[in-house]
Design a protein around this ligand. Structure first.
Ligand SMILES: C[S@@+](CC[C@H](N)C(=O)[O-])C[C@H]1O[C@@H](n2cnc3c(N)ncnc32)[C@H](O)[C@@H]1O
Length: 248
């Protein structure tokens, strides 16, 4: 290759380099800049970092809108999603209530689908891992209440009075239905209800549709990821948003 061609190539490369952003996309990520610990939660959750970031944003959203109440998660496993949401609530008075058998997934029924039956007894989380995840995001231990056992038992123990954010990640029809029946009334107006398995498990979706039909609710359902759905209690339209690309 002649000297002239080499110089021309070098100049072209230099020009292309000038056009490239100076930092990597991760450096530019506004959420990871504020909470870099979220990346460490990846190994404590079955969801990926993108989902954890959205969950964090939803936690921030209820704090910014000053919605009163605690955070409840039904289906915690090793605490990754719980810690992602809790990290947004850290400097508030809010408590975190976490419900899990820590014995894996319970039995399925026909409504959950044949694929679901293969997961009975799987996803066994550990309370100590949950506490570890909470420490990563510096969430105060005394504000974290872990209710270990099957929902049908632990939901009979004293419950939070008001809930600002309810995250249901419990996969099967009965678990999701019981979570909705137990906590929906306690969610404050403007609070956020997240259903993790809407797109993944048929039984979860059936429970959601049965619950809203029974109550005559018509939630304005928002989706993210391949499976997550959420709505803001009492919200009937999205017309007021100026930043329409943000999570409402
Ligand atoms: C998909 S995992 C939760 C994943 C977790 N949120 C994360 O970030 O990785 C579902 C959890 O729900 C729990 N679970 C489902 N139904 C339950 C029930 N009826 N009672 C207690 N725990 C239940 C299981 O023990 C399991 O740990």
């Amino acid at each position: 290759m002649g000297n002239q061609t080499t110089t021309a190539l070098k100049n072209m490369r230099n020009f292309i380099n000038l056009l490239k952003p100076k930092s990597s996309p991760v450096d530019l990520d506004p959420i990871l800049k504020v909470i870099p610990e979220l990346e460490q939660l990846n190994s404590y959750s079955l969801s990926g970092i993108q989902v954890l970031k959205k969950l964090y944003s939803l936690g921030q959203d209820v704090v910014n809108r000053k919605i009163p109440g605690d955070f409840v998660e039904c289906g915690v496993c090793n605490g990754g999603s719980a810690a992602a949401i809790a990290s947004a609530l850290g400097n508030t008075e809010r408590k975190v209530w976490l419900y899990d058998s820590f014995r894996g997934m319970p039995a399925t029924r026909e409504i959950d689908g044949s694929e679901a039956a293969k997961y009975v007894g799987r996803c066994v989380g550990a309370e100590e891992k949950v506490r570890e995840a909470m420490r990563i995001v510096h969430f105060p231990e005394e504000s974290c209440i872990i209710r270990k056992g099957w929902f049908e038992n632990t939901f009979n123990e004293p419950l939070p009075r008001a809930v600002s954010i309810l995250h249901i990640d419990a996969d099967w029809y009965d678990s999701v239905m019981l979570s909705l029946k137990t906590f929906y009334e306690r969610v404050a107006d403007g609070g956020v209800i997240i259903i993790d398995d809407f797109g993944h498990w048929e039984g979860c979706r059936e429970a959601f549709y049965d619950f809203i039909a029974q109550r005559g609710l018509k939630p304005l359902l928002e989706r993210f990821g391949h499976t997550q759905a959420f709505w803001v209690k009492g919200r009937v339209h999205n017309r007021e948003f100026t930043h329409r690309w943000d999570i409402p």
